[in-house]
Design a protein around this ligand. Structure first.
Ligand code: 3PG
Length: 215
């Protein structure tokens, strides 16, 4: 089950790549450091090819597609090997399309109405986006009380300092964001720096969840 894997991994890096040549080296850094996962943001022309390369060359990694705004994009991502689909908002058409194609989908939600809609569509896990700007952990805790069957993947505004608090809350499966894989560092080929950032992130997950957060 993909959500159990997300939960074990703890942090899902949102990856915005400009050049498919960076796909394999980045996947290597992520998987060798114990973060075998990436949400490839479909907002650069390289996204489809990046997804294809990572999925093909690193079949054990959980490579998914983010910023999916149409069912056509979902199709392209699935054909490129994406194992999950994520969107900034809740588009029932996309959610249903993913359900019909048996692909896990995590739409972005922010309001109780959107969360109810997600439940109505049969989902158990949603993104909370943009997390920090929309009220952060305090807001998630407030809505989680009402939606006892929902689990959350906060995305947006997370960073190395605040991610610990989110990870500690047992209704949060995993935290997503772009802070970890900086587009500029990738473009500059700063693999040693990226390696160190990924190591730090994995250490944070271990520290926070090492004792075993009950979920
Ligand atoms: C996304 O596409 O999910 C967001 O860019 C993630 O938000 P962040 O860049 O603030 O981490």
């Amino acid at each position: 089950m993909i959500f159990e894997q997300f939960s074990r991994i703890g942090i899902i890096p949102v990856v915005v790549l400009d050049d498919p040549k960076d796909a394999a080296p980045l996947a290597e850094v992520l998987s060798k450091n114990g973060l075998p996962c990436a949400e490839i943001a479909f907002r650069t022309p390289a996204a489809e090819e990046v997804t294809r390369i990572m999925s093909r060359e690193f079949p054990d990694m959980l490579i998914g597609a983010g910023t999916i705004l149409t069912t056509e994009q979902a199709d392209i991502a699935m054909n490129a090997g994406a194992k999950f689909i994520a969107s900034p908002g809740l588009n029932p058409k996309i959610v249903q399309y993913c359900i019909d194609n048996c692909i896990p989908v995590t739409p972005g939600t922010q309001t109780p109405s959107e969360m109810e809609q997600a439940l109505e569509l049969g989902l158990k896990v949603v993104k909370f986006f943009p997390a920090e700007q929309a009220g952060g952990l305090k807001m998630i805790k407030a809505v989680a009380k009402a939606f006892t069957d929902l689990q959350f993947m906060p995305t947006g505004g997370l960073n190395a300092s605040n991610v610990k608090d989110y990870l500690m809350y047992n209704r949060i499966i995993a935290c997503c964001g772009s802070w970890l894989i900086k587009r500029s560092l990738v473009a500059a080929g700063e693999w040693a720096k990226i390696n160190a950032l990924v190591k730090d992130a994995v250490a944070i997950v271990k520290t926070v969840r090492g004792a075993g957060v009950k979920r």
